[in-house]
Design a protein around this ligand. Structure first.
Ligand SMILES: Cc1ncc(COP(=O)(O)O)c(C=O)c1O
Length: 504
């Protein structure tokens, strides 16, 4: 097991970081020095990577020499002029002030400077929008800025083309309808802004979030543009309420996950598609959890978004996202043209190189992961100390299966555990579980985290009201030998039994 703060995997460009004990996760959220000082890096949208911070500082130091500074400045660097402008606008919309400066012609680096008390706004923009500079891009830019290497005139796009071809083969959609992004969130953020641009009226339309989603997906709908109608259950009752809303109000579009993170619910997509035709709105589906290997979605919906950081990559050493516009969409021409005019390719070419290498075994890996996760969940669901396993096979299975009719498909690799006596059992189980423990999912090695604490620490009451337990342990199953995995989980459960025995 990794010790606190070590990168997972052991790579300078890892996207996860080891938080091996429940109290480490709380310490991380509470910004305790004991934890924060140990972190070598973190998930790139949440923790600024040391190389990225070095780039920020370098860019700022160059600029400070050219301008008067009052010593009260904070700064972030963004990967394009328009991303920097959007970040600046976000600061202005929240009543702050900000300025943009280009760092060096040709490097596509733009520094946004604000006051120290508004730095949380730049941090929030970086996290929610996913328009980030990767650690590989930072490393390269620093070398160019420090005159250690010559700037490459034309960056290679060949890995990107090959990734698109692979996604095209997996989804059946033409490569011209596929776009790549520097993170999964950047794909979602982009399509959210496109849905707003479709609307010509002065009043901004709200979007609908159907089902409880990954947190930043809800945050961008809350914080940017028109706002959101949030149907957290995503069940039949919510479908009725949605239909009622649609009779009264035009919406910009609907977002849903298939299945949802972290409750692994599968919404009734057939019914949602029918409503989208009847009431004329686009549906955006995030299939990060089911993956291209298990679900067959794109021909039924309008837009598919995916965090390629997760199962598609499988290593945890690069962050990326994709968007697939369905050729069957009733909004195809309009969306195609808007996407073409607004899209910027901000995925760094070295990240694409790594992703291309990683995704070679994607289909084979998913077969093993599907099988491992199913065997493990079948085992865990019968254990005394476990209240419930959230897993697509155990809830809304008919909805899931309607869209998972691919050859060799399965239920994916993600599940969440709710314990009986959760406040005592979940921490004890987590602390004793001998797997990698930290943020992210979809790796070829099993990766667990107290997901609710990590993602929703500032809003635990709200998410509990949405049915998401604060003591949830989320597990992303890897390709390890299944008997070994069952043994590892049994060992940790046995520690709970021992506790029960001792306290009886
Ligand atoms: C379902 C889902 N969609 C999107 C994202 C965002 O992806 P990324 O972290 O690559 O921006 C996540 C991240 O965990 C996720 O779980």
């Amino acid at each position: 097991m990794n010790s606190l703060g070590e990168p997972i995997p052991h790579s300078d460009h890892a996207v996860s970081v080891s938080l091996p004990k429940w109290m480490d996760v709380i310490g991380y959220e509470e910004k305790e020095d004991r934890v924060i000082s140990q972190l070598q890096l973190g998930y790139p949208r949440f923790v600024i990577h040391p190389l990225v911070q070095k780039l920020f500082d370098y860019c700022y130091s160059q600029h400070k020499t050219l301008r008067e500074s009052d010593g009260n400045e904070a700064y972030f660097v963004f990967p394009s002029k328009s991303a920097a402008e959007r970040a600046k606008q976000f600061v202005l919309d929240n009543l702050g002030k900000a300025d943009i400066f280009e760092v060096q012609k040709g490097l596509n680096l733009f520094i946004v400077i604000t006051s120290k008390d508004n730095v949380h706004l730049l941090k929030a923009y970086w996290q929610h929008s996913g328009e980030i500079i990767s650690s590989r891009k930072a490393e390269y830019c620093l070398k160019v800025l420090e005159n250690k290497i010559q700037k490459v005139n034309k960056l290679s796009t060949s890995s990107k083309e090959k990734i698109k071809t692979k996604i095209s083969n997996l989804t059946g959609e033409d490569t011209k309808n596929i776009r790549l992004f520097p993170s999964g969130m950047a794909a979602i953020f982009f399509i959210h802004s496109i849905l707003q641009k479709r609307n010509s009226s002065k009043n901004k339309l709200k979007t609908v979030q159907f089902g409880f989603p990954y947190m930043d997906t809800l945050k961008i709908q809350e914080k940017f543009s028109g706002g959101v109608h949030f149907f957290h259950k995503g069940d039949e009752e919510d479908l009725k309420a949605l239909e009622f809303l649609l009779q009264e109000e035009k919406i910009a579009g609907l977002f849903t996950e298939f299945p949802t993170n972290p409750l692994l619910r599968s919404v009734d997509l057939e019914k949602l598609v029918q409503l989208s035709k009847q009431y004329n709105f686009p549906i955006v589906v995030d299939d990060t959890i089911a993956t291209f290997a298990n679900a067959n979605l794109v021909e039924h919906i309008d837009i598919l978004v995916t965090s390629l950081t997760k199962f598609f990559s499988g290593v945890g050493n690069t962050i990326a996202g994709s968007l697939v516009l369905s050729g069957q969409s009733q909004f195809y021409d309009e969306l195609f043209n808007l996407i073409a005019s607004e899209y910027e390719d901000l995925l760094w070419f070295e990240d694409a190189d790594v992703l291309l290498t990683n995704c070679q075994d994607f289909e084979e890996r998913m077969k093993i992961i599907n099988k491992n996760a199913e065997t493990l969940c079948d085992f865990l669901t019968h254990q005394d100390s476990i209240e419930r396993i959230h897993y697509p096979k155990f809830v809304d299975v008919d909805n899931y299966k309607k869209f998972s009719n691919k050859i060799n498909s399965g239920y994916g690799g993600l599940f969440s555990i709710e314990f009986k006596n959760p406040e005592v059992s979940a921490p004890l189980f987590y602390d004793n579980l001998e797997v990698s423990k930290g943020p992210s999912l979809g790796t070829s090695y099993t990766l667990a985290c107290p997901y609710t604490l990590l993602a929703h620490y500032q809003e635990l009451e709200f998410v509990e009201q949405c049915g998401v337990s604060k003591s949830l342990v989320r597990v992303s199953v890897g390709t390890e030998e299944i008997n070994k995995l069952i043994e590892v989980f049994s060992d940790s459960l046995n520690k709970l039994k021992a506790l029960k025995f001792n306290t009886n």
